[in-house]
Design a protein around this ligand. Sequence first.
Ligand code: AMP
Ligand code: MG
Length: 403
Amino acid sequence: MDVPYFVQVEEARRIAADVVRALPLPDVEHVPLAEAHGRLLGEDLRSLVDDPPFDNSAMDGFAMRLADVPEVPATLPVQAVVAAAAQEDLAPLLPGHAVRIMTGAPMPPGADAILPIEACEVSEGEVTLTKPVRPDFIRHQGENLAKGAVGLAAGVRLTPSRVGLCATMGHPTVPVQRQLRIAVIATGDELRSPGEPLLHGEVYESNSHGLVGLVRAMGHEALHRPVVHDTLDGLREALTSAAAEADMILTSGGVSMGEWDLVRRLMEEEGDLRYWRVKLRPGSPPLFGLWQGTPLFGLPGNPVSSHVVFRMLVADALRVWTGADGPKEAQVRVRLRDPVKATMDCLTLRRIVVAVEDGEMVGYQPRHQGSGNLESLASADALTLLEPGAAAEPGDVIDALLL
Ligand code: AMP
Ligand code: MG
């Protein structure tokens, strides 16, 4: 066979990246803020205002002129009260006076210090300042973001705080990338939907549900297709209909060496196969190629493997395609409590439970690591990133990918 076979993870990523990079970037559309959550920003977004838009107080307290309070305690007459609201004409601070001010209220002209209320004793018309006054607790106009500055770069994923920042910058709608439509197709004669009775030899179909969630978590749209039986004709038809509608196809199952591994056969015989098998454990069987011009990942059937391959390979290709940063693959350093061994050939992702002990992250491997054991993934917090051949002993610190 002349397509690359059993390739390193890096090579698999490069091959898929070269394919998706040649495809057009998704178009940009504008959505209201409420619909922007989880989407990928389509263009650099500049602030329409200074943030904050005016100098204001960071504390409830009193505003004054620093020079009026060389030492404390000092007692000043209270000139006025300002709350956080529109202030057309704020009277300038009179010499030797203080102004009662609330958090977020504009600074009276002339004031250059705030003393928090906890350091003030208030009596009839006067305030006694009990702590030294410093030029603190003022939020200066534009100190967070200047008007016109780029607050969010194209490609970022709109997390809740970023959607908030869009509003802070004055945008009622946000330019986002059109979501990629990603078809998810599970294959296998033995698969039943939850809710149906299981005959002997059948299992509940789980991969498509996990993959739909992974697609959505990256800000894209999942086209959840019905299970396809192990026939060449049925599979061909399912791929062709998916290719007409979707930007990318994910299949699960049917990519191993078995006689019924028809995704592999079909891609070899009628598709445009770019690699088959990757040095990844679990998850060595996947293939990547194009079906009628649409990029297709053939993921393994084993439930843990399909998840791992999405995280390691599909997610990377989607990030390349969209120029997106997120969600960032959160990599951490973990001190092992149990021994963990990599296989000779493969980057090895063992499922570990992570705890914090004595101020550091530690990892346990409490479950058997069969790639059919979805419970071991559901109860894990992270996946080890062990280089081929590595053996990590209790006490060793290793890289891990947070789930
Ligand atoms: P395959 O790659 O098709 O040979 O499948 C490998 C293993 O994964 C078999 O035990 C299948 O029953 C199981 N499997 C395949 N697809 C799914 C699925 N969508 N949900 C749950 N298990 C699956
Ligand atoms: Mg199968």
